[in-house]
Ligand binder design. Structure first.
Ligand code: PGA
Length: 235
């Protein structure tokens, strides 16, 4: 586990963008799983600045790692809309055919398709206040591949603002599984702010248990954590 504790959210975001640029510079196909939410917004902003300097990333393929069910991807709060607004529509260097949408109609074949293409080089993750990673909620077996989930109240509360209120948050989502994440060559975990301090420390140092999905990341050989949470310095 490689943990970098940064001075600020901005620095965390810059480091994370630089990490991705390095991965994208690899020869051959590079598959990247993209997190959404408040945490990676700064990283996407720096990434777009880099890419718009004129990189050729025709070798890089992008996948969202989760999406709500029953809502149109143009709606606020959806992962599709988020990635369009924060990444894909802000740069011309990403080809349309390199963007792969994971949703309720396509999730069943994701693991097989990515596997055939060499697997994920990097999956980017945030961490939920309840320890979820992508939308693998507490109690999800570590053996799961991409699947449908019922969202917990905690997750709906956490994301209620993005949908204009708790009652508007969809009840179900599609998510890459814990095993999908663990199959990636590299995992980039981002967490910022005091609200994430307790769960980040617990996930990285506590018992490895399905009740805290993020705890499984302790077992990954190439876990990179960028965070402004000082409590995890010197682990
Ligand atoms: P956030 O969400 O980045 O908006 O805090 C992270 C998550 O719920 O996984």
């Amino acid at each position: 586990m490689d943990i970098v504790v940064t001075k600020s959210y901005e620095e965390m975001s810059q480091y994370a963008a630089a990490f991705l640029i390095r991965r994208m510079a690899k020869k051959g196909r590079v598959n990247i799983g993209l997190a959404t939410g408040n945490t990676p917004t700064g990283m996407y902003s720096f990434l777009v600045q880099h890419l718009n300097l004129g990189y050729n990333i025709d070798n890089v393929h992008f996948y969202n790692i989760d999406e709500y069910c029953g809502v149109n991807g143009t709606e606020n709060g959806t992962c599709t809309r988020y990635l369009q607004d924060n990444l894909f529509q802000k740069t011309e260097v990403i080809k349309k055919e390199n963007i792969h949408w994971v949703h309720e109609g396509s999730y069943q074949t994701l693991d097989e398709e990515v596997g055939k293409q060499g697997g994920f080089d990097t999956v980017i993750l945030g961490i939920g206040e309840n320890g979820h990673i992508a939308y693998n909620e507490p109690g999800t077996p570590f053996s799961t591949l991409t699947h449908l989930v019922d969202l917990t109240d905690a997750s709906k509360m956490q994301h209620s603002e993005e949908f204009g209120g708790y009652n508007n948050v969809p009840h179900k989502a599609v998510t890459v599984g814990v095993k999908t994440i663990m199959n990636a060559k590299n995992i980039l975990l981002l967490a910022n702010g005091p609200k994430k301090a307790r769960i980040l420390k617990e996930g990285l140092t506590g018992p490895i248990t399905e009740e805290i999905p993020a705890s499984v990341l302790q077992l990954h050989p190439n876990l990179y954590v960028f965070t402004d949470v000082e409590e995890v310095a010197n682990l």
